[in-house]
Write a protein that binds this ligand. Structure first.
Ligand SMILES: [Fe+2]
Length: 349
């Protein structure tokens, strides 16, 4: 429910039977639906609803109509007249290609055809919940849940090996920040940044870089290096996330100025940003990725000790190393446990 009304959904597909089935299930799950067989007429309905100041809460559209790619026009009508409407595409393409195409076109999500109506209802409920991020009275807990959902259904879906990375980063950041005596409000903002720090990766031109086995080319690496600022720009338009986005933008900078994208040096990076930089490296090194095995504790400690005053600020690093001494085995085992919980069983090696 949105206030006291049922969320409105425009369903667009050139097959009447598909529209009927989706509509029956969505209505039974609390949505109000409008069905449209023709993409051109759907665009006009979207414009008219916006003109009456009652835009559809969501538009679910097929991509190909009679073999013609008209879904893009429906999406464009939404972008132009009802930017807050959630657009879900129904595509026949395989999962990752579908995700790339949908996100590039500005859709919130995509579903592979034939679409399971219950899955669509779940996706819509989740997307509507994500919209609450814009509400003035949204709580810290709501923001945590919304951002976690957004990451789980974008980055973690494209690269399943990152399952739990945001949540672990959040936990370690909070523990270091508490030890450093950082105030509660800053810690909460840091936690939000930790959850969503890699969100900008979903806007890369080619998401295949994220799961590439072996090193990236120089050109691919330059593209990947844009993700801190892209993520910060995308999320930073939200008033609740402005400070968190500063830390997101900083999360690959280094104390000695060798990081990216701005090569910020020393205290030019905020104290919270410095914590996120360090923790992000730790969790990446000790997790399996498509291109590498996880590091063991000894190698990890040697590396971080060698980086005091170089990649990482000494005081933050000291606090981190003390926590690592206490929690090392548990923290190193956490990525494997999270993969298993996500139903992924990492190969040995
Ligand atoms: Fe990153």
């Amino acid at each position: 429910m949105i206030g006291h009304r049922r969320p409105t959904v425009l369903l667009v597909d050139d097959e009447r039977s598909t529209l009927e089935i989706l509509s029956i299930v969505l209505k039974s799950q609390g949505f109000e639906t409008t069905q449209e067989l023709d993409a051109g007429r759907a665009s006009r309905l979207i414009e008219q609803a916006a003109a009456r100041d009652r835009p559809f809460d969501a538009v679910v559209t097929d991509v190909f109509f009679d073999g013609r790619d008209e879904g893009a026009a429906v999406l464009a009508a939404c972008r132009d007249t009802s930017p807050r409407s959630i657009v879900i595409l129904m595509t026949g393409q395989p999962a990752v290609d579908g995700a790339v195409a949908a996100m590039k076109m500005g859709a919130r999500d995509y579903l592979q055809k034939p679409v399971d109506p219950n899955m669509l209802a779940t996706v819509l409920h989740r997307a509507l919940k994500e919209q609450q991020i814009h509400r003035e009275d949204v709580s810290f807990k709501d923001l945590v849940n919304i951002l976690s959902d957004m990451v789980a259904h974008t980055i973690e879906r494209v690269d399943p090996y990152t399952a739990g990375h945001g949540e672990r980063t959040r936990s370690y950041c909070r523990q270091i920040a508490e030890q450093l005596g950082i105030d509660r409000q800053t810690i909460e903002r840091l936690e939000l940044a930790a959850i969503a720090h890699d969100y900008g990766k979903i806007y890369l031109e080619d998401l295949n870089f994220l799961t590439k086995k072996g090193p990236l080319t120089a050109q691919e690496y330059r593209a990947v290096q844009r993700h801190p600022e892209v993520g910060a720009n995308k999320l930073g338009s939200n008033a609740h996330l402005v400070e968190a986005c500063t830390y997101i933008a900083e999360h690959h900078e280094r104390w000695d100025g060798t990081g990216y994208p701005r090569r910020l040096k020393g205290s030019a990076v905020s104290p919270a940003g410095r914590i996120l930089c360090l923790v992000e490296v730790f969790d990446s090194l000790t997790s399996r990725r498509s291109y590498k095995a996880p590091w063991d504790l000894e190698k990890t400690i040697d590396f971080f000790e060698s980086q005091s005053g170089r990649a990482f600020e000494p005081e933050t690093l000291d606090v981190f190393l003390r926590l690592l001494e206490k929690n090392g085995p548990e923290w190193l085992n956490a990525p494997k446990k999270d993969l298993e919980n996500a139903g992924i069983y990492p190969e040995k090696g």
